[in-house]
Structures are given as structure tokens and as C-alpha cells.
Design a protein around this ligand. Structure first.
Ligand code: SAM
Length: 447
């Protein structure tokens, strides 16, 4: 009999997409996928290592799964670690967490079935950290997708940027772009299945560089990514979002593509990390604050009102009060629609881990709070500007706050709640915004 498998996902959209791909392969091979760890014979933890806290969570979770089985007097399920922690820490996980039976690297997603079979056959400490193999294709069944309306479509894996703080190039390897033909075919398939929105995802989507231009030949554009945007827009998929964009590779032609195609959504996520050139250099970002602001100008001068979000790291080694002030100034001038703020977290193996002038935790927290408070006040203004405007919303579910309300995301990627129980998840509706809250908008349905 085939085992019951439970996959728990931590971290970014790339991990969500990997889980969907792994689940597709497992179900095809005859495994049953379960919704909780309790009834599973195999528990796979798909892990994130971007910050130390995320990594610690995984080891806690391994202990919980083992102890739960022990308390219930059940045999311990096979425990596997997938994703970035697996790839980075490799076989040392077996020593640190003896309950673990399997280690599955970031490019071994399509080989999980055979790894499970080996562990079930009695082999101890099964590990696969190898590259993807010839013929392994991105294949995700709709049954495994997290939503029946919104689908993640990876277009590029890995990262070549080697920012000094970041573990991703080591955990996910070098950039590898999928062929445009494959991507467009997947979006067409999703559209035929009734999906309303796709997110083209990757660590740096705008660094997209496939081996051949096949599938892009009919589309103009200054970069392969700008051409891909036009090709995907041409499928007629109702809403297309993309994340994350890397500032150095952000060509203004992306803005032109958004102006030409209304189904390319009005949202750009462009992480800046710092407003200080000294810090940007130490972070090895390959751009200055001015380079970044020129990209922002292109976005702000667009004929369309484009929503802009970003990531910032506070407390990078050596960050002075003045460096931090420059970040505050940049955030003030960018008027972001949303900002993800991270306290710098030392990642072993990255160049920044060896840097001196470590910022004390208390100072990181103070800077985090100062920046958060600035962003909250900026965001109040940005969100307030939506009052009286109509936005297009993809209805997702009943609001958690009120049974009278439904919730969804706008094309500009804001959470919108609205009073209209007669709408169904999956519908696209127009909502007139009447109220701006700190992290969401509220409105009424427009007929
Ligand atoms: N590739 C994108 C880029 O660099 O523009 C972002 C990918 S990363 C998975 C998401 C965010 O996590 C980064 O933009 C950064 O702000 C944050 N991050 C990455 N490494 C970090 C670290 N060591 N400490 C704190 N935050 C970190």
C-alpha cells in the first residue's frame, strides 16, 4: 500500500510552488496527500532559510511531529526535510535532528517518490541534493494548487546576484529560466481551467533569460522579460501579476508593457534594501539609491497609476544613524504602497556573516519600529487616496471579520473587503472604496 504524505510549507511563493509540484508527482505515483500531519505516514517539511528565525522553526516542528507520535503511542512517521534548509545543511541535519529520515534538496522535487520508497525499504538517512535532471518539467495539477482562481507560475529559479546578506544563491543555485513556450502554454491551460489570475514568480523575475527566444519571436521588448510579459498578456488571462523584480535589471520597458496591456496588473514589487549608497555597496546590490530612484520615477511617471512595494533590511553590519536616516528619506520619497521591513539576520556562508560592526539587537528593533511607524503614516495617506475610487477585486472568500463581507485582492494587490454576500469566490467585481484601514481597503460593490 502507498503511504499517506503530508507536506507543510514554510517561506516564499517559490516554496508554495515547489510543494504543489511535489504533491502532483506524489499523487501521480499513487500516494495520498493528507491535510494534517496526524494521519500521515510521511511528513515533509518544505523549509525556508532566508532568516534564522524561519530555520529555527523547522527544527522545532521536527520535534513536535516526533513527540506527538510518541505521546499517541504511534510509530513515528517518516520525516523529510525539503527546500532551502535541506539544500544548505545537507547531511548535518541527520546529526542535529536524528528523527529526520530524508533530506530532499531544492532541485530534487521530482524524485521524492523514489526517495520515500528507499526510506520505506529500510535505507537510513536518504539524501538527494542533486540538480534537476533532463526531462523533469514543471508540472502542477490543478488539484494541488492552493487556490482554484490564483495560480503561481514559476518563470525563473535560483539567483546569480550574490547580495552579501542573502542565502538564496546557495540554497537555490544559479538562475535558470523556463522556456517561454512552456510558460505561455501553462497560462493558456490555467485560463481554460477557469483561473482568473496568475503570478509569474521567481527570485528575480525581470532577470528572465531563457536559452532560446522561441515563443517570444512575435513580441517586441527591450528585455526577454518585457517580451514575456507581452506574450503572457496575449493569452487573455484576466489578471497577471509578477514578483519579485530586481532593481538593477528593471528596464522601463516593463512599465510600457503594463501601459499597453490592462491585464498586466498595476503592481510592482521592487526591493531597495537600503537608502544609503554605502550600505548598498556593502550589500553588493549593484545599484545606488539614485539608480533605484530613477526606476521609481519611470514607475511614477507612467500613464497608469502603479502600486509600488518594497523590502528593506535594517541593522545591516556597519549601518550608521546617518545610513539609516538615508533609508528613512528614501522611504519618505518613494511613498510605497507597502513595505516589508526585516531586521538583518546573519546567515552563515554569506559574505556579510564575516562583517564586523554588528548592530545590537536593541538598535535593530528601534530602527525597525521607527521605519514601521514612518511607513504606517505614509501608508495611511496612500490608502486614503483610494477612497472614492473604484478598484477591480478578485473575490477570494468570506471575510474573517464579518460574515456579511467578502474579501479579495485588487489588481494593485491590496486586500479589499466589501459588503456583498451575493458574490462568489472566483468572481471579479468592481468595488467603490469608502474607507481606508491601515492594511486594507473597505467598500461597496458597484453594479
Ligand atoms: N531577490 C529579491 C531581491 O533581492 O531583491 C528578494 C528575495 S528574498 C527571499 C526576500 C527578502 O528577504 C529580501 O528582499 C530581503 O529584504 C530579505 N532578506 C534576505 N536575506 C536577509 C537576511 N539575511 N536578513 C534579513 N532579511 C533578509
Amino acid at each position: 500500500m502507498k503511504s499517506k504524505v503530508y507536506i507543510e510549507t514554510f517561506g516564499c511563493q517559490m516554496n508554495v510552488a515547489d510543494t504543489e509540484r511535489a504533491a502532483t508527482g506524489l499523487r501521480k505515483a499513487g500516494y495520498e496527500l493528507t491535510a494534517t500531519a496526524d494521519s500521515a505516514d510521511v511528513v515533509l517539511l518544505n523549509t525556508c532559510s532566508v532568516r534564522e528565525r524561519a530555520e529555527r522553526k523547522v527544527f522545532r516542528r521536527i520535534g513536535e511531529v516526533r513527540n506527538r507520535a510518541r505521546k499517541a503511542g504511534q510509530e513515528k512517521p517518516l520525516i523529510g526535510v525539503m527546500g532551502c534548509v535541506a539544500q544548505l545543511e545537507g547531511s548535518s541535519i541527520f546529526a542535529n535532528a536524528p528523527a529526520v529520515d530524508l533530506i530532499i534538496g531544492t532541485r530534487a522535487t521530482d524524485r521524492i517518490q523514489s526517495l520515500i520508497e528507499r526510506a520505506r525499504g529500510g535505507e537510513a538517512s536518504v539524501i538527494d541534493l542533486d540538480e534537476r535532471q533532463e526531462g523533469e518539467l514543471w508540472d502542477v495539477s490543478p488539484a494541488e494548487r492552493r487556490s482554484p482562481y490564483v495560480a503561481f507560475v514559476p518563470i525563473i529559479e535560483g539567483c546569480n546576484k550574490f547580495c552579501s546578506f542573502c542565502i538564496v544563491p546557495y540554497s537555490r543555485g544559479r538562475e535558470k529560466s523556463r522556456s517561454a513556450v512552456e510558460i505561455v502554454a501553462e497560462v493558456e491551460r490555467l485560463r481554460a481551467l477557469g483561473y482568473k489570475e496568475v503570478h509569474l514568480i521567481g527570485q528575480n523575475v525581470n532577470s528572465y533569460r531563457p536559452k532560446s527566444t522561441e515563443g517570444l519571436d512575435r513580441y517586441a521588448g527591450a528585455t526577454p522579460f518585457a517580451r514575456l510579459l507581452r506574450a503572457v498578456a496575449d493569452t487573455g488571462m484576466e489578471r497577471i501579476k509578477f514578483t519579485t523584480s530586481f532593481p538593477r535589471d528593471f528596464h522601463p520597458d516593463i512599465v510600457s508593457a503594463l501601459e499597453e496591456h490592462p491585464n498586466l496588473c498595476d503592481w510592482i514589487h521592487l526591493p531597495v534594501q537600503s537608502g544609503s549608497d554605502r550600505m548598498l555597496k556593502a550589500m553588493r546590490r549593484g545599484h545606488t539609491a539614485d539608480d533605484y530612484l530613477r526606476r521609481v520615477d519611470a514607475i511614477r511617471n507612467s500613464k497608469r497609476r502603479l502600486s509600488l512595494t518594497s523590502d528593506v533590511i535594517v541593522g545591516f553590519p556597519g549601518e550608521s544613524e546617518e545610513d539609516f536616516e538615508q533609508t528613512m528619506r528614501l522611504v519618505r520619497s518613494c511613498e510605497y504602497d507597502g513595505l516589508y521591513i526585516f531586521k538583518y539576520s546573519k546567515r552563515a556562508g554569506t559574505p556579510a556573516a564575516a562583517l564586523a560592526n554588528v548592530i545590537p539587537e536593541s538598535e535593530k528593533t528601534a530602527r525597525f519600529m521607527a521605519l514601521e511607524s514612518l511607513q504606517d503614516s505614509m501608508q495611511e495617506k496612500v490608502y486614503g487616496n483610494y477612497v472614492g475610487r473604484t478598484v477591480s477585486v478578485l473575490v477570494e472568500k468570506e471575510s474573517a471579520r464579518s460574515k456579511e463581507d467578502m474579501t479579495g485582492h485588487s489588481t494593485c494587490h491590496k486586500v479589499v473587503n466589501f459588503g456583498a454576500r451575493q458574490t462568489q469566490p472566483g468572481e471579479i467585481v468592481e468595488v467603490l472604496i469608502s474607507q481606508a484601514k491601515p492594511y486594507s481597503l473597505y467598500g461597496e460593490l458597484v453594479n
